[in-house]
Design a protein around this ligand. Structure first.
Ligand code: NOJ
Length: 715
């Protein structure tokens, strides 16, 4: 008779019992190995290869990536783990699936410009299904950092500057990645990152100090993490940043007090790559051993890559600097995640139709919807949609015929060859008889072969110019800080030279951040922020330029006129003097394009703002409504943004804060009533410097669609 399976192998038992049973069987070394994470790739030199001497089969988790054969590498690694370790505890495999796997959606910042969390959820669900098909159990996403400095390359990975919006997209992404239930065929565990404050990197530089007031930490940085955890996110990644002198990867207040005690996170917190060993560089630990101790005792469970837990935790336990109970608790979190993912029952991933599959037309509809809805029409003098009278079109600029930049940063599994360029998409769609001439003019970053004159020549012989400029993928994302938002290389010179021809120009911006347009914005007939729109970016853009789609994206970030205005954001505090006092002397102080700005091919009229009362008690409810009518000639999506302003409070409050948004597609002539049901404790309070919610009686101003109304919160 065969032995009955040990309790931890029994699926009929509750997870917590299985965890306890397994933990009771583990040696200290086996436990500590569960807290170690390293790479498992056969091509990435940063990662461990699959050499037998390179890892112990008791390691808890691996990062896969860098190899085209992700599924094979993953399963080969798992086989060693499961068959060569004493207890056969399966490993969990993680990867950076940020805005898709091989079928890429737009960058997160672009996705936020759709203002459609449900659409974003669907995009994440597609990414999860593709990632699962490669054996990825856990994605390092969503990134929910708060950033108001576009010099920082990682602004591309954020959901923009509004904590309210980022919270909505954080929750939507978590639901998309994790699905109904963890362990499902199309589900991966989500990881909220980079906890916390990383987006406030000084000067837009990466991996640096972030000085954030405690109140601002609670108000601007923590809410999207809390929203993600409430939506069920199982894991969190700690940031690289030095948070007010106590690095985020060794910060007891944020890691233990907030995440565990207040928010009740039950899954593990993983460090960012080497952020434990970097505590030494940051001057927070004297040596590796102290770095391990400080990170671990602060509440960081898994050490990604640096190996310091593996090398030093046992000695800390022996010396009493780290308790065994704390090690058990951290291991419990890792094991809990593995049980929830079903890894004990299904340690190996199976190939399916999505494995190694090129994006297919079945996915195109969703990818195109995401890409099209994230486009923001910043300016339009009427040249768009393109009129049939434009018979000779010049398609110019370094982004005109190059598909790779459309994929953006974190596109390691994306294939430029499977991505249409803007030139290809336009050619496919332009009616017969329309001539499209393509000329690059210059490269993105500058090269000896740059030849703006050739592009100018083509412009001269055309009726209209579509000029595609911006950034390539590596110019945004991690370690991609810039001192200026100006176009790189000779692109500005190209824009100016083409503008000098006097031809109408539709400027298409492909980028991971707002770009500086001050020098030539006035000369452009239309400007489209196309971001890096992913695999189907070009199709979405071409359809929009030709009027087959009506653009509806609205900026999720304030667009400055010039780099020197940074930081500039809608929810700034008011300044002490009005008028020109304190304003810039050399340029307007206002942004080029406000937060939530975006045009379309139709117009919307707002009826009078109505409130159902003028006073509301803290636990009461006040309903505001406004009727919006499509007053133009084509169907369009309108997003209604509701802001509040608290004009006098015990601490200064922002000029305006986004509190609610909602959208609908309206046919020409159609109207819809949009409502904001205000619950004062939820919508009108603010956090103090320890996160306690403060609701004060007094006046509140509500702003929507260029109107405002005020009401009072009473006792
Ligand atoms: C470093 C990045 O900061 C983080 O976002 C990413 O998830 C890890 N590396 C793993 O690749």
């Amino acid at each position: 008779m065969s032995e009955p399976p040990p309790p931890f192998r029994r699926t009929d038992l509750p997870v917590e019992l299985r965890v306890d049973d397994l933990l009771g069987r583990m040696t200290l070394e086996e436990k500590i190995d569960q807290l170690h994470q390293c790479g498992a790739s056969d091509t990435n030199p940063n990662n461990l290869a699959l050499r037998p001497d390179a890892f112990r089969p008791t390691y808890g988790s691996f990062i896969v990536g860098g190899s085209p054969a992700v599924l094979e590498v993953r399963n080969a690694c798992q086989r060693r783990v499961v068959t060569e370790s004493r207890l056969g505890i399966p490993a969990v495999f993680a990867a950076d699936v940020i805005h898709g796997y091989r079928a890429l959606a737009p960058l997160p910042l672009a996705q936020a410009c759709t203002w459609d969390p449900e659409l974003v959820r669907r995009g994440c669900a597609l990414a999860a299904a593709e990632a699962r098909a490669q054996g990825i159990d856990w994605t390092f996403a969503p990134m929910v950092d708060h950033c108001v400095d576009a010099r920082w390359g990682r602004i591309a990975e954020t959901f923009g500057e509004s904590p309210h919006a980022a919270s909505a997209f954080s929750a939507a992404s978590v639901r998309g990645f994790q699905g109904e239930q963890l362990g499902g065929r199309d589900s991966v565990a989500a990881c909220l990152k980079h906890y916390v404050g990383y987006g406030a990197s000084e000067g837009g530089r990466d991996y640096v100090y972030t000085g954030i007031s405690p109140q601002s930490l609670w108000e601007m940085h923590l809410p999207p993490f809390e929203a993600g955890i409430r939506a069920g996110a199982r894991t969190v990644m700690s940031g690289f940043n030095d948070l007010n002198g106590v690095p985020a990867s060794a910060n007891q207040y944020t890691l233990t007090e907030i995440l565990r005690r207040r928010w009740g996170l039950t899954g593990p917190v993983v460090s960012d790559w080497d952020s434990v060993v970097q505590l030494v560089n940051q001057g927070f630990a004297a040596d590796d051993a102290e770095a391990a101790e400080k990170a671990f005792t602060a509440g960081l469970d898994i050490d990604m890559s640096s190996g310091l837990y593996r090398d030093h935790l046992a000695a800390h336990v022996a010396a009493g600097r780290v308790t065994l109970a704390a090690v058990d608790e951290a291991v419990r979190r890792v094991l809990r995640l593995k049980f929830e993912l079903g890894l004990f029952e299904r340690p190996y991933a199976e190939a399916n139709a999505l494995t190694d599959a090129a994006p297919d037309p079945g996915q195109f509809a969703l990818l195109e919807e995401l890409a099209a809805r994230s486009l923001v029409l910043l300016k339009n003098d009427g040249v768009l949609p393109l009129a049939a009278s434009a018979r000779r079109i010049a398609l110019l600029g370094p982004l005109a015929a190059d598909s790779a930049p459309l994929l953006g940063c974190w596109a390691q599994y994306g294939q430029p060859a499977e991505t249409q360029s803007i030139a290809q998409a336009l050619k496919e769609r332009l009616p017969a008889g329309v001539q499209l001439r393509v000329e690059q003019g210059c490269s993105i970053q500058g090269a000896a072969s740059d030849n703006p004159a050739a592009a100018v020549e083509v412009a001269r012989e055309s009726d209209l110019v579509i000029l595609c400029v911006g950034e390539d993928g590596p110019m945004s994302g991690e370690n991609a800080s810039r001192t200026t938002l100006r176009l790189a290389g000779r692109q500005e010179e190209l824009v100016q030279a083409v503008a000098a021809t006097g031809k109408p120009i539709v400027l298409v911006l492909v980028s991971g951040r707002p770009l500086e347009l001050a020098a030539f914005e006035g000369k452009m007939s239309a400007i489209v922020a196309a971001w890096a729109g992913g695999t189907r970016a070009a199709a979405a853009l071409a359809d929009t330029l030709l009027g087959r789609r009506n653009p509806s994206g609205r900026l999720a970030v304030t667009w400055p006129r010039t780099t020197g205005q940074i930081p500039l954001y809608h929810n700034m505090r008011p300044r002490g003097r009005g008028g020109d006092q304190g304003a810039y002397r050399d340029m307007p102080t206002t942004p080029l394009y406000e937060f939530a700005h975006g045009l379309g091919y139709t117009t919307f009229g707002y009826g009078a703002l109505r409130l159902d009362r003028t006073e509301v008690k803290p636990d009461g409810r006040l309903v505001a409504e406004v009727t919006v009518t499509n007053t133009g000639a084509c169907e369009g999506v309108e997003t209604v943004f509701w802001f509040i302003r608290d004009p006098a409070a015990s601490i200064t409050r922002p000029l305006k804060e986004l509190k609610h948004f909602e959208q609908a597609s309206l046919a020409p002539g159609a109207s819809r009533v949009f409502r904001f049901a205000i619950e004062p404790r939820r919508d009108l309070s603010f956090p103090d410097d320890d996160g306690r919610s403060v609701l004060e009686p007094g006046e509140i101003i509500l702003l929507v669609g260029g109107q405002s109304a005020s009401f009072r919160v009473t006792r």
